[in-house]
Design a protein around this ligand. Structure first.
Ligand code: CA
Length: 219
């Protein structure tokens, strides 16, 4: 299984290569869009990390062309542009996910693991982000090294937020993911649980995005 990194900035490319290799992944690198597009067509490449600002061929073009030849290949876009319109445009162009620079390696790795997960492979058992550790096996949570007690529902809510760190999840999505789509209890249940979680893990870890939802931030 090979992860292909298409990134022209040597510092970031090196940071990614070292990080991915230390996480046990085999890494292939390309420093421009043309080469990246060619390399991505090899069958052994199972995930692509794609910078948008690339010489040769811009990342957006790489993504569009790649989608035409390998529609199912997971692509995580790296972008310095954090405007929501750009993100939506990237996703429309076929990115599975995006990470905004500067990003933490843990955040990127969590995204990669989600994309690489297979039915025949055990999923990651420990989620980590910005001083939070969630052990999915023991259901233990640590905040800056200290163990905290969470109810089952709080735990699941936190797990969903951490698995989607950096992305906005609407109330409806959270209801579907944590309570189930047929939940017909109080409409403010998400708000209430977010408040409980904030009290236990630190309020600034969960951002409220007005009229959109909530987002886990890596502070
Ligand atoms: Ca670049």
């Amino acid at each position: 299984m090979v992860v292909l990194v298409i990134e022209d900035e040597p510092g970031i490319a090196d940071f990614l290569r070292r990080g991915l290799e230390s996480a046990g992944l085999v890494v292939d690198m390309a420093a421009d869009g043309q080469l990246g597009l060619l390399s991505a067509q090899h069958d052994e490449v199972e995930l692509v990390i794609l910078d948008l600002g690339l010489p040769g061929l811009p990342g957006e073009q790489v993504l569009r062309r790649l989608r035409a030849v390998r529609p199912a290949l997971p692509v995580i876009v790296l972008t310095a542009k954090d405007a929501i319109a750009d993100r939506v445009a990237n996703l429309d162009a076929g990115a599975d996910d995006y990470v905004v620079k500067p990003f933490s390696f843990a955040e990127l790795l969590a995204r990669i693991r989600v994309r690489l997960r297979r039915p025949d492979q055990p999923s990651a058992v420990v989620l980590e982000s910005g001083g939070l550790t969630l052990d999915l096996r023991t259901r233990e949570i640590k905040v800056d090294g200290r163990t905290k007690a969470l109810s089952a529902r709080e735990f699941t809510l936190l797990e969903v937020l951490m698995r989607n760190a950096g992305q906005i999840l609407s109330q409806t999505q959270l209801l579907d993911l944590v309570w189930g789509y047929d939940f017909d209890g109080a409409s403010n249940v998400v708000e209430t649980y977010i408040r409980h979680l904030r009290r236990k893990i630190g309020a600034d870890r969960i951002e409220t995005v007005r009229r959109a939802g909530y987002r886990m931030v890596d502070r």
